[in-house]
Design a protein around this ligand. Structure first.
Ligand code: XMP
Length: 513
């Protein structure tokens, strides 16, 4: 993608907050990328590079195998902001004095600002910050002056204006640091002199242009799920190439209540060239009697490829396959080796490109989820589609513990639909990252009227999260939970017990399988 937008490169040293740095930069309408600290930077020789941010990280500069940058890196004329480990590394390489420490200081601290120019301009003093450091700086390198200190550390922020090198010992990117966004903004606008022209409008304009040039008169196919990522991808392609795009929507028989019909209606009303394929029977026949979650995922993944290939053939000679891949899926970093990727084999459409010999277009691969939602809004996509919770490729198959039958699917669909409608009507839905019902292979005793019952258990899951990597259970008010439970037990035949899942991730996962 030949776009010469301004670029901030974030060199990742393994901090859990690296992705937050990127989000804070993007919030200022400045494009940035996260790359591992040891990336070959020569590939950015032609980029419109405006600044580097060196992330924090768990290492000590005194460790034998600590992540390092070559001395030559610090000959750059490009501005640098070092955060925590990033600052210490810069100080070490520039000739400062560091003292190793056994203990890591981590948590809230207060900085007193002695010199607010330029980095800390507009930041109140004292200012609450989120501190993190193992080693401490004993003397700053030559040419650096001190901007701020805390009761414990004399050098909490440093500046070398000639070189445009700056550093903070705390984390400006986390919410616990007051005025953190201001500090990042000062670095971007007053030190790197960016213009902040990375906006949703400019993204749409340049991406539509890029798609037109790339696709030309060829045909492009896109697998859609009705979720926000594939829908926004479809919206962009529709704007760029119109009916040269065919969106293929496979019903795997594992969708939620009325989902297949609703997605078809929404896409039709957007004027998108949609090819719906109902392959429910094919999927459910293959899944009959299968209990093991990974086997279910494999069957669903493989069947999806078969069905999709067949549908793609009927579209005829497509050259491109579009995918709704997002930035968090492609960041190569030292920090985000989340457990989900290895614990569960996420199927999505993995394997398709190799088998089908198509060229890939991924118009969203530079964006975070919130940016995709903003894009969807601007493309005037149905707000219901944009706000939808993530839904896994294997669908309800991983929410029915044990084997899958049509009867079980119907019980789960009815319970889930009640749960969702209550969350929506009470305003809870949008506060939650993901909520869904699970059908457990557990029967228990109950009474209905004068009758003893022995029926199914539904578990309710609702989590808050920013990326699905970690999650907390949502504190849904108990009167709402009470109504959901009553309605499910009274209205869904075959359910006499409802439980609410109060596990965090980790150690639990979001899905139950
Ligand atoms: P877990 O359960 O691993 O889920 O905590 C994290 C996020 O990933 C989704 N998920 C999947 N998505 N195929 C998908 O496309 C899968 O096999 C799959 N398993 C989990 C899950 O819904 C949550 O958003």
């Amino acid at each position: 993608m030949a776009r010469q937008h301004e670029l901030i490169l974030i060199l990742d040293f393994g901090s859990q907050y690296t992705q937050l740095i990127a989000r804070r930069v993007r919030e200022q309408n400045v494009y940035c990328e996260i790359v591992p600290y040891n990336t070959d930077l020569s590939k950015y020789a032609d980029a419109n590079l405006k600044g580097y941010i060196l992330s924090g990280g768990p290492s000590s500069v005194f460790d034998d195998d600590s992540p390092m940058l070559p001395d030559s890196f610090f000959e750059t004329k490009t501005p640098i902001l070092g955060i925590c480990y990033g600052l210490q590394l810069m100080a070490l390489k520039m000739g400062g004095k560091l003292v190793a420490s056994e203990n890591r200081e981590y948590g809230p601290a207060v900085i007193n600002i002695s010199d607010e120019d330029i980095l800390l301009k507009g930041v109140s003093s004292p200012n609450n910050v989120w501190m993190s450091h193992g080693d401490s700086l004993d003397a700053p390198p030559n040419g650096f002056r001190t901007l701020a200190s805390t009761a414990d550390i004399p050098f909490a922020a440093l500046a070398n204006d000639d070189r445009k090198f700056y550093g903070v010992q705390f984390h400006p990117e986390v919410n616990h640091t007051d005025n953190g966004a201001k500090i990042i903004k000062n670095f971007l606008f007053d030190i790197c002199h960016v213009s902040g022209d990375w906006t949703t409008e400019s993204f749409i304009e340049s991406t539509v242009q890029m798609l037109k040039e790339t696709i030309g008169d060829e045909k492009v196919i896109l697998g859609i799920s009705g979720g926000v990522d594939s829908t926004v991808t479809a919206g962009l392609l529709q704007k760029a190439v119109g009916d040269k795009m065919t969106a293929i929507f496979v019903n795997n028989g594992l969708l939620r209540k009325n989902e297949y019909e609703e997605v078809i209606d929404s896409y039709k009303s957007m004027g998108i060239n949609l090819k719906p394929v109902d392959a429910s029977e094919q999927f459910l026949t293959k899944l009959a009697g299968v209990v093991d979650p990974e086997k279910k995922r494999k069957i669903i993944g493989n069947t999806f490829i078969e069905v999709f290939e067949e549908a793609a053939k009927s579209v005829g000679d497509a050259t491109f396959l579009a995918q709704g891949t997002l930035y968090p899926d492609v960041i190569e970093s030292v920090s985000f080796k989340g457990p989900s990727a290895t614990i569960k084999s996420h199927h999505n459409v993995g394997g398709l490109p190799e088998e089908m010999n198509l060229k890939i277009v991924e118009p969203l691969r530079e964006l975070f989820k919130d940016e995709v939602r903003a894009l969807g809004k601007m493309l005037e996509i149905d707000p219901l589609l944009i706000g939808r919770h993530p839904f896994p490729g294997p669908g309800l198959a991983v929410r029915i513990l044990g084997d899958i039958t049509v009867d079980k699917l119907n019980v789960l669909r009815d319970a889930d639909a009640i749960y969702m409608s209550e969350l929506k009507s009470t305003g809870q839905y949008d506060k939650i990252w993901q909520a869904f019902a699970i059908l457990l292979p557990v029967q228990s005793v109950g009474v209905m009227g004068d009758e003893r019952t022995y029926e199914n258990t539904i578990a309710l899951r609702a989590v808050t999260s920013t990326d699905g990597m970690t999650a907390d259970w949502a504190r849904i008010p108990d009167d709402i939970l009470a109504r959901i439970s009553n309605r499910i037990i009274n209205e869904v035949k075959g359910v006499n017990r409802v439980c609410y899942d109060i596990s965090t991730k980790p150690p639990a996962t979001i899905e139950w399988e």
